[in-house]
Design a protein around this ligand. Structure first.
Ligand code: NAP
Length: 268
């Protein structure tokens, strides 16, 4: 079938990913697709070759595009990546036949304000607020302008549903079915003693929740913000606002994709 669709291929530098990209490019061209040499913002499809880390970096590097995206896993955990290098032919024929669905997920954004200005940070999995030295931090956490708790501990992690299987899960947070669009606040080593009281479990919030975090004054200069593994250092942080974004990531899903069997096969 002739097609004039354009595909962006993004890959990491591992040999298998580079070889897979060459093979994929040749197969796409022989199926009538145009493969862009540089990232085309108007392309019809992004194919990411690598692991979840490559996937996250590729989307972040192109400002979380709405172009449908699919991942080819070349030997990592591969929670986002759905197909293997051996399944390229099957994928192309299913994509040609429109035999796929689009699963949307929502990134989140944080506005980090210091005494001087405010900066935006976006992420797909999570935003972590923690101390940049090995000291306890104290945070006031508000939801929709209501003070929910004075947190004391290593920090907090705010995860999307998509990110629930990543750092959130390792930190004792809940795995969330992707059909539920929620935000989850997961404590990192919360202190729960006579001196300090913090929730020890995650809090699950609806999609429109507005989370606000105020660091205790003395700790303003010792916070580290980490979005999907990328560190952001700002001094004098006074307030961090976090909510789900209006942007959507559109994942191409083949019929065989099923979230819970994926969780079972990757984690158990
Ligand atoms: P990374 O090496 O790129 O990723 C660490 C591990 O997390 C890799 O095995 C990665 O899969 C996996 N992963 C990423 N997103 C996932 C998701 N949505 N569901 C399940 N597993 C996922 O580490 P990084 O560059 O520091 O940060 C990238 C992500 O890693 C962060 O967003 C964070 O969620 C996660 N991370 C986890 C921990 C932890 O569990 N203790 C600590 C730091 C960061 P691949 O092997 O396929 O790349």
């Amino acid at each position: 079938m002739e097609s004039t669709k354009t595909v962006n291929i993004v890959h990491n530098n591992e040999k298998l990913s580079v070889d897979t990209a060459k093979d994929l490019k040749a197969k796409l061209i022989s199926s009538g697709y145009k493969v862009s040499n540089t990232f085309d913002d108007l392309a019809d499809l992004i194919i990411c070759i690598g692991g979840d880390g490559t996937f996250l970096r590729a989307l972040r590097g192109h400002d979380f595009p709405s172009i449908p995206v699919v991942g080819i896993n070349t030997g990592h955990l591969g929670f986002f990546t759905e197909i293997t290098p051996n399944e390229i032919d099957t994928f192309i024929s299913k994509y040609n036949a429109n035999d796929y669905s689009i699963q949307q997920f929502t990134p989140m954004e944080a506005t980090v304000c210091t005494r001087n200005d405010c900066k935006e940070v976006k992420s797909i999995n999570e935003i972590v607020i923690k101390g940049n030295k090995s000291r306890t931090i104290h945070l006031d956490i508000y939801v929709n302008n209501n003070l929910v708790q004075h947190f004391s501990g290593d920090g907090i992690l705010i995860a999307t549903s998509t990110g629930s299987t990543a750092y959130n899960y390792s930190s004792g947070g809940s795995i969330v079915d992707p059909s539920l669009n929620v935000l989850q606040i997961t404590p990192l080593a919360p202190i729960n003693t006579n001196a300090y009281r913090s929730f020890t479990s995650s809090i699950i919030l609806p999609a429109d929740a507005m989370i606000r975090v105020h660091p205790e004054y003395h700790f303003e200069d010792s916070l580290l913000i980490v979005s999907d593994g990328l560190e952001h250092r700002h001094s004098g942080i006074t307030q961090i606002d976090i909510n789900l974004s209006d942007q959507k990531i559109n994942m191409v899903r083949l019929e065989s994709y099923e979230f819970w069997s994926r969780v079972t096969s990757k984690f158990l």
